[in-house]
Ligand binder design. Structure first.
Ligand code: FE2
Length: 292
């Protein structure tokens, strides 16, 4: 079958789970399309789980708990049933090991909002079988790109690959007062700072103007962007972009259209939650996105 689309989603603050936004609407649209096309399961890399040393962990807890989600009423997530896909976890570990990674199953890992926030928004009526792949704590962009390229064949089997991180995500540069004092995460009392706007534009240029191996080169190179450290105070929320560039940046992907910016939501003045999709479903109507 034709390779499934891939998504790089920016999950933003925890309040993106509880508050409606154009990004949340886009996540739901992508989930609806995935279900309509009969996905076999979801394979995700998030931004809140890394393995130390040279390891890569893969979720294998048959009954994972959900970590608490700050600033969100528990009714929004406590009853949502997670659906760990243990057979696919084993398959993912084997694929990674065959490619030379020190990959291993982790049967203790409890899920974190970076992944289940997206799953709840995409699939509110039930979580598809899902596998979570950890980052590696060295945060090497090329390693994470290679994880994505190694798992790319899963797209031909009907799995939906998602990276959930952030386009511009620097907690040290956010303006937290409106959220902490008034629960208003969307307040933009001032314009975002210039480095955030510059880096946000560079990510858009990469995902929407580059395809195939050029996409892999351009995304991994963004860690050398002069504004990278302004946009990402830590590297954790950028690794999922590298993972997705690997999953979507094969020579075969040159046959697909360029990526689409489906939605974008600014939070806390300086955090840019851009939502990108590369590739299309076979019968998909023209993707226009939900820009607001
Ligand atoms: Fe996060």
């Amino acid at each position: 079958m034709a390779p499934t689309p891939v998504h790089f989603f920016s999950h933003g603050s925890t309040m993106m789970l509880g508050e409606d936004s154009s990004s949340a609407a886009y996540w739901k649209q992508c989930g609806d399309e995935a279900l309509a096309n009969g996905i076999k399961g979801v394979v995700m890399m998030g931004a809140h789980w890394d393995a130390s040393g040279d390891a890569i962990d893969v979720s294998a807890n048959p009954k994972p708990e959900k970590s608490p989600v700050g600033y969100v009423h528990p009714s929004k997530y406590v009853h949502y049933q997670l659906n760990p896909d243990l057979p696919t976890s084993g398959k993912v570990v084997k694929m990674l090991q065959d490619a030379g990674f020190n990959a291993r199953l982790n049967d203790k890992f409890d899920w974190i909002h970076d992944t289940f926030l997206i799953l709840i928004r995409m699939f509110p009526n039930g979580c598809p079988p899902t596998t979570i792949v950890s980052m590696n704590a060295y945060y090497d962009p090329h390693v994470h790109m290679k994880i994505g390229s190694t798992l790319r064949p899963l797209r031909n089997e009907g799995y939906l690959m998602i990276g959930t991180g952030g386009a511009v995500h620097n907690l040290y540069r956010n303006r937290w007062e409106p959220m902490v004092l008034y629960r208003d995460n969307f307040a933009q009392l001032r314009a975002p700072e210039k480095p955030m706007l510059e880096f946000r534009q560079s990510i858009e240029d990469c995902f929407t103007q580059q395809r195939g191996p050029a996409l892999r080169r351009s995304i991994t190179r963004l860690m050398k962007h002069p504004d990278y450290r302004h946009a990402h105070g830590t590297d954790d929320h950028f690794m999922a972009a590298c993972f997705i560039a690997g999953a979507a940046g094969d020579w075969e992907d040159l046959e697909q259209e360029r990526g689409v910016l489906g939605a974008e939501t600014w939070e806390l003045e300086n955090m840019c939650n851009s939502q990108y999709t590369i590739g299309k479903w076979p019968q998909e109507r023209t993707r226009t996105g939900i820009l607001a």
